[in-house]
Design a binder for this molecule. Sequence first.
Ligand SMILES: Cc1cc2nc3c(=O)[nH]c(=O)nc-3n(C[C@H](O)[C@H](O)[C@H](O)COP(=O)(O)OP(=O)(O)OC[C@H]3O[C@@H](n4cnc5c(N)ncnc54)[C@H](O)[C@@H]3O)c2cc1C
Length: 503
Amino acid sequence: MALRTVQQYVESLRDGRTVYFRGARVDDVTTHPVIGVAVRHAAIDYQMAEDPAHRELATLTAPDGERYSRYYQVPRSAEDQIARSALIERATAAGGTLVVLIKEIGTDALFSLLRTASAMDANGSPEYLPRVEAFYRHCRSNDLAIAVAQTDVKGDRSRGPAAQVDPDLYVRIVERRSDGIVVRGAKAHTSVSTNANELIVLPTRAMSEADRDYAVSFAIPIATPGLVLLASAYDSTAPERSPLEFPISARHKMMETTTVFNDVFVPWERVFLAGEYEFAGPLALAFVEHHRFTAVSYKLPLVDALVGAGLLMADFNGISKAGHVREKLVHLITYAETLRGLTHYAASRSRPREYGIAVPDPLYVNMAKYQFAHGYHEAVRNVQDIAGGALVTGPGAEDLESPETARYYEKFYAGRVGIEGRVRLQALSLVRDLVASEFAGYQEVLAVHAEGSLEAEKLALLRSYDTKPALDLVRRLARLDEGGIDAPGLAGQRQPAEKRNPK
Ligand SMILES: Cc1cc2nc3c(=O)[nH]c(=O)nc-3n(C[C@H](O)[C@H](O)[C@H](O)COP(=O)(O)OP(=O)(O)OC[C@H]3O[C@@H](n4cnc5c(N)ncnc54)[C@H](O)[C@@H]3O)c2cc1C
């Protein structure tokens, strides 16, 4: 089996996993009122693989004839990365601007593990690469959904793992046995873990010798004894929401967990790093190199929706020709298309790295991610401005369903000539969900923090930029290497060579 049906995916989640939601143990995530929304959202991945309209992009045929999910394609070229980005973008659009993520993030982790294990192999630790390869084949052949827990809870951010007062604030090895390791600690913000099959754990940062026990990476099934998932309580009213009032967030949800490892046993065949602290940083960085590219690919439908929301509301409000509105629309379009341009350019400049894996150009990936995150709130503000205050003062679904109140709303919320109140309110509901709902707040925090903070992107950007050509240029212009610099403002009044250089 290399492709599962939606039903097979949903059934696979009924495995006795330990999940808590708002203090109560969840018996079955698939029927839970809130987590069930996240399950159905994630199932889009399996629907797309079955759908003739998406099958070509969503799946591939292996040399042995097995059809498998394209997410699992190990990228070997720029073309592979371009196709991966197109699939992520399309799936996110099908998800109402919210990424599906159950294979996107897991395959990012698998690629980073293959690269790092291959580097470790070359460095005299050959045991890891066959384990990672076997796990990759297991996930691909069984079409598994994977969550990735990289971010530790971290405690005092100014201290490294071993320097924390409580040693459990980064996940660590507490016991090495002949058959495996025992790990303890907690990871934060783990997306899609409630509805994944496997969890990959990665180190979150570079580590020193003192952090040896924290340099750990492994994979475990979600139902592993000792693994406890504490589901996020934020934005948890989806089941009570009418799709009329919240067209996106009533149907689409991603669930994060605080992921606790209560002395969890991991057999050696699932351990990918166990004390080799010098590889913790490279593994963390390799994951980020893939995951930020995935991220900028899945931001595209969201920024497109902001552009569309601005255009639609400008039209419905009769203000499309106003100077300040045109300026905001230009800003929105430039914002979205700069992100698209940078994302595609990064993919087209992919270069092979360890294990022959093609990695998108990190400079342009980080520029894209920084540009997205830095400009997101301004783009939201522009849409809020164009749409008007009815985003937060308008009617609820019941108001529009009740003839007693609907007749007022339909009359008084009319827009420009030809736009009835009912139509304008329907558009406002969508725009509210995008820029003024609990879901919108989630997207704002996601923009700033997920896939790394703004500072992390700036650091990566500075690290990836080749300073030499720019420095060479200014050195040449300043004639630094010729031993002479023209004084500023003296252009055109150059002195004879012998005066400038008496020797
Ligand atoms: C919705 C959502 C989904 C996510 N999904 C996942 C996931 O699936 N898997 C996963 O592993 N992670 C996930 N993340 C985690 C994400 O990568 C982190 O939120 C991000 O790395 C920031 O970490 P933090 O939240 O602990 O914030 P912090 O690291 O505490 O950052 C808060 C502020 O402190 C600053 N700061 C932190 N440390 C230092 C320091 N030493 N010196 C100076 N300044 C510092 C930061 O720059 C930032 O300004 C998700 C996050 C969100 C919001």
